[in-house]
Ligand binder design. Structure first.
Ligand code: SF4
Ligand code: SF4
Length: 358
Protein backbone atom coordinates (compact mmCIF):
# COMPACT_ATOMS: atom_id res chain seq x y z
CA UNK A 1 0.00 0.00 0.00
CA UNK A 2 1.33 3.46 -0.86
CA UNK A 3 2.14 5.99 1.84
CA UNK A 4 -0.64 8.44 2.79
CA UNK A 5 -0.43 11.90 1.24
CA UNK A 6 -0.12 15.10 3.24
CA UNK A 7 -0.89 18.18 1.14
CA UNK A 8 0.84 21.41 2.19
CA UNK A 9 0.22 25.03 1.24
CA UNK A 10 2.85 27.35 2.67
CA UNK A 11 2.15 30.90 3.91
CA UNK A 12 4.40 33.87 4.65
CA UNK A 13 5.07 34.63 8.32
CA UNK A 14 2.58 36.94 10.06
CA UNK A 15 0.09 37.19 7.15
CA UNK A 16 -3.24 35.90 8.56
CA UNK A 17 -5.13 37.21 5.53
CA UNK A 18 -3.40 34.42 3.51
CA UNK A 19 -4.70 31.63 5.76
CA UNK A 20 -8.24 31.14 4.37
CA UNK A 21 -6.81 31.34 0.84
CA UNK A 22 -4.28 28.61 1.67
CA UNK A 23 -7.04 26.29 2.95
CA UNK A 24 -9.20 27.07 -0.05
CA UNK A 25 -6.35 26.18 -2.38
CA UNK A 26 -5.82 22.87 -0.59
CA UNK A 27 -9.51 21.97 -0.84
CA UNK A 28 -9.87 22.97 -4.48
CA UNK A 29 -6.64 21.42 -5.75
CA UNK A 30 -6.93 18.20 -3.73
CA UNK A 31 -10.60 17.14 -3.67
CA UNK A 32 -9.71 13.55 -2.63
CA UNK A 33 -9.79 14.11 1.19
CA UNK A 34 -13.41 15.41 1.02
CA UNK A 35 -14.62 12.61 -1.29
CA UNK A 36 -16.63 11.08 1.60
CA UNK A 37 -19.06 14.04 1.73
CA UNK A 38 -22.49 13.13 0.25
CA UNK A 39 -25.49 15.28 -0.56
CA UNK A 40 -27.58 16.15 2.55
CA UNK A 41 -24.96 14.82 4.99
CA UNK A 42 -24.62 16.62 8.33
CA UNK A 43 -20.87 17.25 8.53
CA UNK A 44 -19.25 18.15 11.87
CA UNK A 45 -16.40 20.66 11.60
CA UNK A 46 -14.44 20.15 14.83
CA UNK A 47 -12.89 23.50 15.72
CA UNK A 48 -11.38 25.20 18.77
CA UNK A 49 -13.18 28.53 19.20
CA UNK A 50 -10.45 29.88 21.51
CA UNK A 51 -10.51 30.59 25.21
CA UNK A 52 -11.91 34.07 26.01
CA UNK A 53 -9.01 36.53 26.03
CA UNK A 54 -6.91 34.52 23.56
CA UNK A 55 -6.11 35.96 20.14
CA UNK A 56 -3.89 33.28 18.59
CA UNK A 57 -6.53 30.59 17.81
CA UNK A 58 -7.31 29.89 14.13
CA UNK A 59 -9.72 32.62 13.03
CA UNK A 60 -13.25 31.48 12.01
CA UNK A 61 -12.58 32.35 8.35
CA UNK A 62 -10.23 29.31 8.16
CA UNK A 63 -12.93 26.79 9.15
CA UNK A 64 -15.38 28.99 7.21
CA UNK A 65 -13.63 28.02 3.98
CA UNK A 66 -14.18 24.34 4.85
CA UNK A 67 -17.85 25.05 5.64
CA UNK A 68 -18.31 26.71 2.25
CA UNK A 69 -16.70 23.78 0.43
CA UNK A 70 -18.82 21.22 2.32
CA UNK A 71 -21.93 23.24 1.47
CA UNK A 72 -20.91 23.38 -2.19
CA UNK A 73 -20.85 19.56 -2.15
CA UNK A 74 -24.53 19.58 -1.14
CA UNK A 75 -24.02 18.76 2.56
CA UNK A 76 -24.79 20.81 5.68
CA UNK A 77 -21.79 21.72 7.88
CA UNK A 78 -21.86 22.74 11.55
CA UNK A 79 -19.04 23.95 13.80
CA UNK A 80 -18.69 21.96 16.98
CA UNK A 81 -16.57 21.37 20.08
CA UNK A 82 -17.11 19.65 23.43
CA UNK A 83 -17.18 21.12 26.95
CA UNK A 84 -13.90 21.64 28.78
CA UNK A 85 -13.21 20.05 32.17
CA UNK A 86 -12.20 23.21 34.02
CA UNK A 87 -14.65 25.87 35.14
CA UNK A 88 -15.04 28.81 32.77
CA UNK A 89 -17.07 30.00 29.84
CA UNK A 90 -16.56 26.85 27.75
CA UNK A 91 -17.47 24.37 30.48
CA UNK A 92 -21.14 24.24 29.39
CA UNK A 93 -22.71 24.01 25.96
CA UNK A 94 -24.46 27.34 26.48
CA UNK A 95 -21.30 29.24 27.48
CA UNK A 96 -19.33 27.53 24.73
CA UNK A 97 -21.87 28.63 22.10
CA UNK A 98 -21.68 32.21 23.39
CA UNK A 99 -17.87 32.23 23.08
CA UNK A 100 -18.12 30.65 19.61
CA UNK A 101 -20.48 33.37 18.40
CA UNK A 102 -18.40 36.14 20.00
CA UNK A 103 -15.30 34.79 18.26
CA UNK A 104 -17.05 34.66 14.89
CA UNK A 105 -17.91 30.94 14.54
CA UNK A 106 -21.39 31.84 13.31
CA UNK A 107 -23.58 31.45 10.24
CA UNK A 108 -23.25 35.16 9.44
CA UNK A 109 -19.49 35.42 9.66
CA UNK A 110 -18.22 31.92 8.80
CA UNK A 111 -21.08 30.12 7.04
CA UNK A 112 -22.12 27.57 9.68
CA UNK A 113 -23.78 27.53 13.11
CA UNK A 114 -22.03 26.30 16.28
CA UNK A 115 -23.57 23.21 17.93
CA UNK A 116 -22.19 22.10 21.34
CA UNK A 117 -20.89 18.58 20.74
CA UNK A 118 -21.81 17.07 24.10
CA UNK A 119 -25.00 19.00 24.89
CA UNK A 120 -25.56 21.84 27.33
CA UNK A 121 -24.19 19.94 30.33
CA UNK A 122 -21.44 17.93 28.69
CA UNK A 123 -23.20 14.61 29.21
CA UNK A 124 -24.38 13.82 25.67
CA UNK A 125 -22.23 10.94 24.45
CA UNK A 126 -22.20 7.66 22.54
CA UNK A 127 -20.14 4.77 23.80
CA UNK A 128 -18.05 3.27 21.02
CA UNK A 129 -16.31 -0.09 21.28
CA UNK A 130 -12.59 -0.24 20.63
CA UNK A 131 -9.76 -2.64 21.42
CA UNK A 132 -7.26 -0.52 23.37
CA UNK A 133 -4.68 -1.11 26.04
CA UNK A 134 -6.69 1.06 28.47
CA UNK A 135 -10.31 0.92 27.28
CA UNK A 136 -12.76 -1.44 25.61
CA UNK A 137 -15.26 1.41 25.10
CA UNK A 138 -14.85 5.19 24.87
CA UNK A 139 -17.33 8.09 25.15
CA UNK A 140 -17.59 10.20 21.98
CA UNK A 141 -19.46 13.52 22.13
CA UNK A 142 -23.01 12.97 20.83
CA UNK A 143 -23.24 15.53 18.01
CA UNK A 144 -19.99 14.25 16.51
CA UNK A 145 -20.93 10.58 16.91
CA UNK A 146 -24.32 11.25 15.24
CA UNK A 147 -22.91 13.23 12.32
CA UNK A 148 -22.42 11.75 8.85
CA UNK A 149 -18.78 12.80 8.65
CA UNK A 150 -16.11 14.86 10.35
CA UNK A 151 -13.58 17.47 9.28
CA UNK A 152 -11.08 18.11 12.06
CA UNK A 153 -9.70 21.64 11.81
CA UNK A 154 -6.75 21.85 14.21
CA UNK A 155 -4.28 24.50 15.30
CA UNK A 156 -0.84 23.01 16.01
CA UNK A 157 0.59 24.19 19.35
CA UNK A 158 2.79 22.93 22.14
CA UNK A 159 0.93 21.27 24.99
CA UNK A 160 1.54 21.06 28.73
CA UNK A 161 0.56 17.43 29.15
CA UNK A 162 0.79 15.85 25.70
CA UNK A 163 3.84 17.57 24.17
CA UNK A 164 1.95 18.74 21.09
CA UNK A 165 -1.66 19.59 20.50
CA UNK A 166 -2.57 18.98 16.87
CA UNK A 167 -4.89 16.55 15.04
CA UNK A 168 -4.75 13.50 17.32
CA UNK A 169 -5.31 15.73 20.33
CA UNK A 170 -8.17 17.56 18.63
CA UNK A 171 -9.88 14.25 17.80
CA UNK A 172 -8.99 12.28 20.93
CA UNK A 173 -9.53 14.89 23.61
CA UNK A 174 -11.66 17.37 21.67
CA UNK A 175 -14.25 14.88 20.37
CA UNK A 176 -14.53 13.05 23.71
CA UNK A 177 -17.40 13.56 26.12
CA UNK A 178 -16.64 15.12 29.51
CA UNK A 179 -16.51 11.63 31.03
CA UNK A 180 -14.07 10.57 28.33
CA UNK A 181 -11.86 13.58 29.05
CA UNK A 182 -11.85 12.81 32.77
CA UNK A 183 -10.79 9.24 32.09
CA UNK A 184 -7.94 10.46 29.90
CA UNK A 185 -6.66 12.77 32.65
CA UNK A 186 -6.96 10.24 35.44
CA UNK A 187 -3.18 9.66 35.64
CA UNK A 188 -2.13 13.29 35.38
CA UNK A 189 -2.45 14.71 38.90
CA UNK A 190 0.35 17.06 39.93
CA UNK A 191 1.63 17.34 43.51
CA UNK A 192 2.87 20.26 45.66
CA UNK A 193 6.32 20.04 47.28
CA UNK A 194 5.68 21.98 50.49
CA UNK A 195 9.37 22.76 51.14
CA UNK A 196 9.66 24.66 47.86
CA UNK A 197 6.33 26.50 48.07
CA UNK A 198 6.71 30.24 48.84
CA UNK A 199 2.96 30.70 49.45
CA UNK A 200 2.70 33.19 46.57
CA UNK A 201 -0.83 31.99 45.72
CA UNK A 202 -0.35 32.11 41.92
CA UNK A 203 -1.40 28.50 41.40
CA UNK A 204 -4.51 28.95 43.56
CA UNK A 205 -5.55 32.02 41.59
CA UNK A 206 -5.08 30.24 38.28
CA UNK A 207 -6.46 26.78 39.03
CA UNK A 208 -9.53 26.57 36.76
CA UNK A 209 -10.86 23.56 38.66
CA UNK A 210 -10.74 25.18 42.13
CA UNK A 211 -8.64 22.24 43.33
CA UNK A 212 -5.98 24.32 45.09
CA UNK A 213 -6.35 26.24 48.33
CA UNK A 214 -4.09 27.84 50.93
CA UNK A 215 -3.17 25.40 53.67
CA UNK A 216 -0.86 25.81 56.65
CA UNK A 217 1.24 29.01 56.34
CA UNK A 218 -0.72 29.83 53.15
CA UNK A 219 1.21 27.12 51.31
CA UNK A 220 -0.71 25.52 48.44
CA UNK A 221 -2.51 22.27 49.01
CA UNK A 222 -4.36 20.24 46.42
CA UNK A 223 -7.59 18.28 46.52
CA UNK A 224 -6.93 15.33 44.20
CA UNK A 225 -10.61 14.53 43.96
CA UNK A 226 -11.34 17.94 42.40
CA UNK A 227 -8.19 18.26 40.24
CA UNK A 228 -8.85 17.70 36.53
CA UNK A 229 -5.17 17.25 35.66
CA UNK A 230 -5.12 20.26 33.29
CA UNK A 231 -1.55 21.18 34.34
CA UNK A 232 -2.09 24.97 34.51
CA UNK A 233 -0.74 25.26 38.07
CA UNK A 234 2.62 23.95 36.89
CA UNK A 235 2.98 26.74 34.38
CA UNK A 236 2.10 29.40 36.98
CA UNK A 237 4.45 28.24 39.74
CA UNK A 238 7.73 30.16 39.59
CA UNK A 239 9.28 28.20 42.47
CA UNK A 240 9.27 24.77 40.88
CA UNK A 241 7.09 23.63 43.77
CA UNK A 242 4.56 21.75 41.66
CA UNK A 243 5.68 18.42 40.31
CA UNK A 244 4.21 15.93 37.93
CA UNK A 245 5.21 12.39 37.03
CA UNK A 246 5.65 13.41 33.37
CA UNK A 247 6.99 10.11 32.11
CA UNK A 248 4.26 7.68 33.11
CA UNK A 249 1.51 10.30 33.39
CA UNK A 250 1.91 11.73 29.92
CA UNK A 251 2.55 8.35 28.34
CA UNK A 252 -0.79 7.04 29.62
CA UNK A 253 -2.63 10.27 28.82
CA UNK A 254 -1.37 10.22 25.23
CA UNK A 255 -2.32 6.57 24.80
CA UNK A 256 -5.79 7.14 26.27
CA UNK A 257 -6.23 10.18 24.02
CA UNK A 258 -5.37 8.05 20.97
CA UNK A 259 -7.90 5.40 22.05
CA UNK A 260 -10.58 8.10 22.18
CA UNK A 261 -9.47 9.31 18.73
CA UNK A 262 -9.98 5.77 17.45
CA UNK A 263 -13.51 5.81 18.98
CA UNK A 264 -14.37 9.12 17.25
CA UNK A 265 -13.07 7.84 13.90
CA UNK A 266 -15.13 4.66 14.30
CA UNK A 267 -18.22 6.66 15.30
CA UNK A 268 -18.19 8.46 11.93
CA UNK A 269 -17.33 5.16 10.15
CA UNK A 270 -13.98 6.46 8.93
CA UNK A 271 -15.65 9.34 7.04
CA UNK A 272 -13.34 12.15 8.08
CA UNK A 273 -10.46 14.34 7.03
CA UNK A 274 -8.01 16.64 8.77
CA UNK A 275 -6.82 20.22 8.22
CA UNK A 276 -4.05 21.60 10.40
CA UNK A 277 -2.75 25.16 10.71
CA UNK A 278 0.95 25.52 11.44
CA UNK A 279 0.65 29.23 12.17
CA UNK A 280 0.87 31.05 15.50
CA UNK A 281 2.83 28.02 16.76
CA UNK A 282 2.59 28.89 20.44
CA UNK A 283 4.10 27.26 23.49
CA UNK A 284 0.70 26.44 25.03
CA UNK A 285 -2.62 25.37 23.50
CA UNK A 286 -5.68 27.52 22.73
CA UNK A 287 -7.25 26.78 26.15
CA UNK A 288 -4.59 29.08 27.59
CA UNK A 289 -6.59 32.33 27.90
CA UNK A 290 -3.56 34.50 28.71
CA UNK A 291 -1.88 33.53 25.45
CA UNK A 292 1.70 32.30 25.11
CA UNK A 293 4.72 33.11 22.96
CA UNK A 294 4.98 32.09 19.32
CA UNK A 295 7.96 29.76 18.91
CA UNK A 296 8.36 29.17 15.17
CA UNK A 297 7.63 31.41 12.14
CA UNK A 298 4.36 30.53 10.39
CA UNK A 299 4.71 27.53 8.06
CA UNK A 300 1.35 26.94 6.38
CA UNK A 301 -1.68 24.64 6.28
CA UNK A 302 -1.82 20.91 5.67
CA UNK A 303 -4.63 18.57 4.60
CA UNK A 304 -4.72 14.79 4.85
CA UNK A 305 -7.10 11.88 5.46
CA UNK A 306 -4.49 10.35 7.75
CA UNK A 307 -4.36 11.87 11.28
CA UNK A 308 -1.03 10.20 12.10
CA UNK A 309 0.68 11.29 8.89
CA UNK A 310 -0.49 14.89 9.25
CA UNK A 311 0.76 15.15 12.87
CA UNK A 312 4.06 13.55 11.89
CA UNK A 313 4.29 16.22 9.18
CA UNK A 314 3.71 18.91 11.84
CA UNK A 315 6.68 17.51 13.79
CA UNK A 316 8.90 17.27 10.70
CA UNK A 317 8.01 20.69 9.30
CA UNK A 318 8.56 22.47 12.62
CA UNK A 319 11.92 20.70 12.92
CA UNK A 320 12.86 21.76 9.38
CA UNK A 321 11.87 25.37 10.14
CA UNK A 322 13.44 25.62 13.56
CA UNK A 323 15.95 22.79 14.10
CA UNK A 324 13.70 21.19 16.76
CA UNK A 325 10.30 19.48 16.72
CA UNK A 326 7.30 21.33 18.17
CA UNK A 327 7.27 19.15 21.30
CA UNK A 328 11.00 19.80 21.85
CA UNK A 329 10.54 23.57 22.01
CA UNK A 330 7.28 23.55 23.99
CA UNK A 331 7.36 23.48 27.78
CA UNK A 332 7.73 21.16 29.65
CA UNK A 333 9.56 18.92 27.22
CA UNK A 334 7.23 15.98 26.81
CA UNK A 335 7.84 13.42 24.08
CA UNK A 336 4.86 14.01 21.79
CA UNK A 337 5.87 11.12 19.51
CA UNK A 338 4.31 8.74 22.07
CA UNK A 339 0.86 9.53 20.60
CA UNK A 340 2.12 9.00 17.03
CA UNK A 341 3.76 5.65 17.78
CA UNK A 342 0.70 4.36 19.65
CA UNK A 343 -1.75 5.68 17.01
CA UNK A 344 0.18 3.88 14.29
CA UNK A 345 0.16 0.70 16.37
CA UNK A 346 -3.65 0.92 16.81
CA UNK A 347 -4.08 1.38 13.04
CA UNK A 348 -5.18 5.05 12.98
CA UNK A 349 -2.68 5.86 10.24
CA UNK A 350 0.97 5.83 9.21
CA UNK A 351 3.96 7.93 10.25
CA UNK A 352 5.58 7.56 6.85
CA UNK A 353 3.90 9.84 4.36
CA UNK A 354 4.33 11.60 1.05
CA UNK A 355 4.42 15.40 1.28
CA UNK A 356 2.76 17.10 -1.69
CA UNK A 357 3.16 20.89 -1.88
CA UNK A 358 0.39 22.75 -3.70
S1 SF4 B 1 -3.79 20.39 37.43
FE1 SF4 B 1 -3.40 22.09 38.81
S2 SF4 B 1 -4.48 23.84 37.89
FE2 SF4 B 1 -5.32 21.97 36.97
S3 SF4 B 1 -7.10 21.42 38.25
FE3 SF4 B 1 -5.34 20.27 39.06
S4 SF4 B 1 -4.52 21.58 40.68
FE4 SF4 B 1 -5.84 22.88 39.42
S1 SF4 C 1 2.52 28.93 42.68
FE1 SF4 C 1 4.07 27.55 43.58
S2 SF4 C 1 5.05 28.78 45.16
FE2 SF4 C 1 3.12 29.82 44.65
S3 SF4 C 1 1.60 28.98 46.11
FE3 SF4 C 1 1.52 27.70 44.29
S4 SF4 C 1 2.93 25.99 44.71
FE4 SF4 C 1 3.40 27.62 46.17
Amino acid sequence: MSDPKVFLCRVADGQPDQWPLAVQRLLVETPEPLAFVRKNDLIALKVHVGEPGLTTFLPPEVAGVVAKRVRALGARPFFTDSSVLYSGARSSGVGHTEVAIKHGFSLDRAGAAFVPADGIEGDLEKQIEIEGRHFAKVGVAGAIASSNGLVVVSHATGHLVSGIGATLKNIGMGCASRKGKLLQHSDTKPFVTEGKCTACGACIENCPGGALSAGEGAKAQMDEKVCTGCGECIAHCRSDAIGFRWDSSSEFLQQKMVEHALGAMRAVKGRFTCVVGMVNLTKHCDCWGAGSPKMVPDIGFALSSDPVAIDQAVMDLTEAANGKRLDQIAWPKIDGTIQLVYAERLGLGKRKYELVEV
